[in-house]
Design a binder for this molecule. Structure first.
Ligand code: PLP
Length: 360
């Protein structure tokens, strides 16, 4: 068996320890004689899995008691519709567009009401985060929406927008559990787990209780109402059971690493190795304004499409997978999520140095 260094933006690398444990439990989960994939979601064994997962993520993120944690399906993209369907009361919402995911979310919300784009960084290919300290927040806005870490472009909000008292809603898919967050600053935060937490198919929504109501847009399907899932402890219907089980293992792994403060320190160290090299390289350069750089997704280019393609090809041959940039931007992107070991980043930089020497 040989494992590669997987720099995929998602689905992405998971901790090896977690995968091994899951493999060991595949045929017989803790003496049940069956796999977690095969067991009833109403069983005692599964109830314990989901309860433990919830308790652990609450501890990791220090989630206050007046927030619910929901384990749902449909990926992050389903939230693009679920959020306006549940939270639009006045029919007016504010969005800040810092990339494709925020843009898609804004377009989806537009199906249900009036969407104001408060700010956008589309003018410079989303290579920065706009100043959000004094935005023209709509007086009757139901919420202000952001995508906190922009997976495709490699930017991250280092400071949350000043929403002037309005509810903040954030897509945290690609920075989920990468550093401590103050949950109280948000009304709702959510992430598809396949970037930094677990297998595709599960999305975790953390929502303040007062936002969970029956007062949703007319025609909102039962399955798309937060109240349905909150009232049923995420077991209204069959949940993404195996995904929740793996997320739970990742939460345990994160606790063992020292929690989110320790992860932040490690993630900063890893990102610095790559950014420091990019800043002095004569061949490669980062594409993001330094102050807005993501710790998770690091896009870079050589300036030549031909050299970019050569780099991606040779890197793959050397065991560095999925370094090609998103199809909408080209170039390269190294996603260095929690589970990417520091050795992987060091090895990548060593490889880049060698490539630079050979191709400059
Ligand atoms: C990947 C991604 C999405 C889309 O996730 P799906 O689960 O495929 O719907 C949305 N937002 C962000 C920030 C992402 O990185």
């Amino acid at each position: 068996m040989s494992r590669v260094y997987n720099f995929s933006a998602g689905p992405a690398v998971l901790p090896e320890e977690v995968l091994k444990e899951a493999a060991e439990e595949m045929l017989d989960y803790k003496g049940t004689g069956m796999s977690v994939m095969e067991m009833s979601h109403r069983s005692k064994a599964f109830q314990e899995i989901i309860d433990t997962a919830e308790a652990d993520i609450r501890e990791l993120m220090n989630i206050p008691d007046n927030y619910k944690v929901l384990f749902l399906q449909g990926g992050a993209s389903q939230q693009f519709a679920m959020i306006p369907m549940n939270l639009m009361k006045n029919g007016v919402v504010d969005y800040i567009v810092t990339g494709q995911w925020a843009k898609k979310a804004a377009a989806e919300a537009g199906k249900y009401g009036k969407v104001n784009i408060l700010a956008s960084s589309a003018d410079k290919t989303f290579s920065y985060i706009p100043d959000c300290s004094d935005l023209p927040i709509s007086e009757d806005a139901d919420y202000v929406y952001i995508c906190e870490n922009n997976t495709i472009y490699g930017t991250k909000y280092k400071e949350l927008p000043n929403t002037k008292g309005k509810t903040l809603v954030a897509d945290i898919s690609s920075c989920f559990l990468s550093e401590p967050v103050d949950v109280r600053k948000y009304g709702l935060l959510y992430g598809g787990v396949q970037k930094n937490v677990g297998p595709a198919g599960t999305v975790i929504v953390i929502i303040r209780e007062d936002l969970i109501t029956e007062d949703v847009l007319p025609g909102t399907p039962t399955m798309l109402q937060y109240k349905t899932h909150a009232d049923a402890g995420s077991l209204y219907n069959t949940p993404p059971a195996y995904g929740i089980y793996i997320c739970g293992k990742v939460f345990k792994w994160l606790k063992k690493q020292g929690g989110l403060a320790a992860m932040k320190e490690l993630n900063e160290k890893k990102a610095k190795i790559l950014y420091d090299y990019l800043d002095q390289s004569k061949l490669f350069k980062g594409t993001v304004v330094p102050k807005d750089r993501s710790l998770m997704n690091v896009p870079f280019v050589t300036g030549s499409d031909e050299l970019d393609a050569k780099f991606v090809k040779e890197a793959k041959e050397a065991g560095f997978e999925n370094l090609k940039g998103h199809r909408s931007v080209g170039g390269m992107r190294a996603s260095i999520y929690n589970a990417m070991p520091i050795e992987g980043v060091e090895a990548l930089v060593a490889f880049m140095k060698k490539f630079e020497e050979e191709n400059l």
